[in-house]
Ligand binder design. Structure first.
Ligand code: SF4
Length: 785
């Protein structure tokens, strides 16, 4: 059925949905910097740190982050170096994340007494985040206008009471953010399964789920196969659909090392991102002087979702080189000994049409062929990627196609070669390893049941998109969130808000206030938890937690700062408290024992594959690598081999007035957390409601620089509209556009997902663009003033 939806901040649950960002609508633009990081990054880091933490807390945090005896950066999942580390082992975004968490600002019970939910709903996400750390458990009772204080015990009992009265365990959902530690994640999934459900959606459902499926189908494991050393010694590196300068800046350090070791770096991205163009290493004083180092040797500004076409052109060139000189290009020993499906794949590639490859990729044949020649000669190749590949209808095929390219020359299980899926949140990979998934394998469930003497549920649970549908259909009544901001992170914001409003209970384990705490079920509970930066002391003594980075290294994390308030509890203590109140007597679990985290790790060592001697190995200075059999050319696929796959080019037809839109992050944000209103690497200042457009497209549409426009998405007859976005002329392929999320999440239809992985297709949204009526803009300006 066709629907029209305009995001106007409609009422839902207790609160209202965003799109009420009272930031200045008129953004300022400046020239795009020519080089990333360097002295400006150091100054920005200092400014954030001093403003939020003060000099003493800042210095303590800075000297401990990413150190072997310190805490893991709470931001992205980039890996720490093996061996020696620099005294300041973090980037500008890590500095912002630390300052954001270790801020001295506080959200106290008095704050909640002062502001009603309706008043807080009028504030921007940026304002909400800036109010500081949550300090005490709070409850919003049915029909109430304000959150009010509640004791921990009463909070646990209130949640347990709601959970116990549900008609079925599958009416509850247990959502996990990728920041949760391994210990919290293990206890959380145990609680959910003892309660009786596999409804364990996570943020990975929305980002790298396509990577997991694509890699599992082809290599039998959903993780990266390289080490930092492999990346730094690779001959050829592809960086596809990612922006390391903003989203994982220390990756630039490894790319610089690779460059100095002679690597060729190919950047594939619709947008030229400053970080990959030129980089100044902030830890090398001499490097701060001068022009920095150019990292990427070639920038291929592929059309949005033109990646399969581009990769196919590169592959076609490699196969043609082999045809010209048989036996000299392809790694036949590897192909014959370790792979399956090569002939069918090669036949498909031979029939691929160059004209279609050029049209769909937007890259000329000669440029593709040049890269193909490099790939045919490189002694080793690493392919890195992020959401630019995964959040499309054919996201899984994107991953399978890049694996095809690597398999041709045996670049899996070979030194300095392999796949590197660059994950977003700091422990998103570890949470999945610990069992946060709606469809864990039988082996894991059997071991979990044997360890805790119960029969885990076997029904597949809801992933994120299925959770939203079930909520909206009234099939989910309770939503428990271990971190995160489900409302703002998910697609189709209005539907999510409507679903949350139908719940009888929402409960949020959180460090800071966010919009999801305002868009709630009938009863809502906020449970403030310790952050990564803080000392975690239990009655059994000081604890440490563990995390797994994007390269599969499992290491320890010890906070160094005093907790924000005496009232806050650790994630583990909160989950164990709710569980004890809800499922005591089920299985053989002593929840109080888990407040000694060694006992959690002991249990996990018997349940999680490859985590034997967990406590012992994670105490080694560099931690240990989680197992990735593909590194040893052992492939746990149906064929027992690495699989070549056939992935057709899927042309997308746009109407004359339509464009493809991808959502991106600004430099002043991490996932849904907005640190500020600038995006200095793209020359944007003071606002976030922008749409980056090709200059010719702007002229042809009769639009102007900084004109306000409304954006309407089109999906299967449904239309969704967001209002008042500034047109920004930008270096982006024709008919391609980019906007920040979460502002444009309301445009992403719930049904617009990647095949197989169900990942929202947030990077290929079909939109049309209309000038914003003057009256609407005037109204909004009035609000902003
Ligand atoms: S690269 Fe990522 S993990 Fe490392 S300091 Fe920066 S934000 Fe933190």
């Amino acid at each position: 059925m066709a629907i029209d939806r305009i995001d106007e901040g409609k009422a839902s649950g207790h609160g209202v949905v965003s799109d009420q960002i009272p930031e200045a609508i008129e953004v300022k633009t400046t020239p795009i910097p020519k080089v990333a990081t360097g002295i400006p990054a150091i100054l920005h880091s200092l400014s954030y740190g001093l403003t939020e933490m003060g000099p003493i807390r800042m210095t303590r945090a800075w000297l401990a982050v990413n150190q072997k005896t310190g805490f893991d950066c709470p931001s992205c999942a980039w890996a720490d170096p093996d061996g020696n580390r620099h005294p300041f082992e973090f980037c500008e975004n890590g500095a912002k994340a630390m300052a954001d968490e270790a801020t001295t600002a506080r959200v106290t019970p008095e704050f909640f007494a002062k502001y009603s939910i309706a008043e807080l709903s009028e504030k921007s996400d940026y304002w909400l985040n800036r109010q500081g750390r949550l300090t005490a458990p709070m409850i919003l009772r049915p029909g109430a206008t304000h959150y009010e204080p509640i004791s921990w015990d009463a909070a646990f009992q209130a949640i347990a009471k709601e959970l116990k009265q549900l008609g079925s365990p599958d009416e509850a959902v247990f959502y996990t953010s990728g920041k949760a530690t391994n210990e919290a994640a293990f206890v959380f999934q145990l609680f959910a399964r003892l309660y009786g459900t596999n409804n364990l959606p996570d943020c990975s459902n929305m980002c790298h789920e396509s990577s997991g499926w694509g890699l599992n189908q082809t290599l039998g494991v959903g993780k990266s196969t390289v080490t930092l050393s492999d990346l730094e010694h690779a001959g050829l590196i592809f960086s596809i659909g990612q922006n390391p300068g903003t989203n994982h800046p220390r990756m630039l350090t490894s790319l610089l090392a690779a460059k100095r070791n002679g690597a060729t770096i190919i950047d594939v991205n619709p947008l030229p991102e400053v970080g990959l163009l030129r980089f100044k290493h902030p830890q090398e004083p001499m490097h701060l002087i001068g022009n920095g180092t150019r990292l990427s040797d070639r920038l291929l500004q592929v059309r949005i979702n033109g990646d399969v076409a581009l990769l196919k052109g590169i592959i076609k060139t490699v196969i043609e080189a082999e045809d010209r000189s048989p036996g000299t290009v392809l790694d036949w020993e590897f192909i014959r000994g370790h792979t399956s499906g090569f002939e069918e794949f090669r036949d498909h590639v031979r029939t691929a049409d160059w004209r279609q490859i050029e049209e769909q990729s937007g890259i000329a044949r000669a440029r593709i062929a040049e890269i193909g020649e490099m790939a045919a000669k490189a002694h080793s190749t690493v392919i890195c990627w992020a959401m630019g590949l995964t959040q499309h209808r054919n996201g899984v095929e994107n991953i399978r196609e890049l694996v095809n390219l690597l398999l041709l020359r045996g670049n899996i299980g070979k030194a300095n070669s392999g796949v590197l899926c660059v994950r977003g949140h700091s422990n998103v990979q570890g949470d999945r390893t610990m069992g946060i998934w709606e469809q864990m394998d039988e082996g894991f469930l059997n071991r979990l049941g044997a360890e805790f003497k119960f029969e885990p549920p076997r029904r597949k649970g809801y992933d994120t998109v299925e959770t939203i549908r079930a909520m909206d259909a009234g099939k989910v009544r309770a939503f428990i969130s271990l971190g995160g901001n489900f409302l703002s992170a998910t697609p189709d914001t209005d539907v999510v808000a409507r679903g949350l409003g139908k719940c009888s209970l929402t409960a949020f384990i959180a460090t800071k206030l966010n919009r999801n705490h305002l868009v709630t079920g009938a009863t809502s509970v906020i449970l403030p938890c310790l952050g990564r930066t803080e000392i975690d002391k239990q009655t059994s003594g000081q604890q440490f937690t563990t995390v797994e980075d994007t390269l599969g290294v499992v290491s320890s994390s010890r906070g160094v700062l005093a907790p924000v308030s005496k009232e806050v509890k650790s994630e583990v203590a909160i989950v164990a408290g709710i569980a004890a109140a809800t499922v005591s007597g089920k299985g053989e679990v002593n929840w109080a024992n888990f407040l000694d985290y060694d006992r959690i790790r002991d249990c996990a060592s018997r349940v999680v594959d490859g985590f034997e001697k967990f406590n012992e190995r994670v105490r080694m200075p560099d931690g240990f690598y989680a197992p990735v059999p593909a590194k040893q050319r052992r492939f746990a696929t149906a064929t027992g081999k690495a699989n070549f796959t056939v992935n057709p080019i899927r042309p997308l037809q746009l109407a004359a007035d339509q464009y493809l839109m991808m959502t991106i992050r600004s430099h002043d944000q991490f996932n849904t957390t907005i640190y500020g209103l600038d995006d200095r690497y793209r020359g944007i200042h003071g606002g976030r409601r922008v749409i980056f457009m090709n200059r010719d497209d702007i002229a042809e549409a009769g639009l102007k620089d900084r004109q306000l426009v409304n954006l309407t998405s089109h999906f299967q007859g449904e239309r969704r509209t967001v209002r008042d976005f500034n047109v920004i002329p930008y270096d982006i392929p024709k008919r391609c556009t980019a906007t920040y999320y979460p502002e444009t999440n309301p445009l992403v239809a719930l049904g617009s997902v990647a095949e197989i992985s169900n990942t929202p297709a947030s990077k290929s949204i079909v939109i049309s663009i209309e000038p914003a009526p003057a009256t609407i803009s005037a109204d909004r300006s009035a609000v902003d003033a």
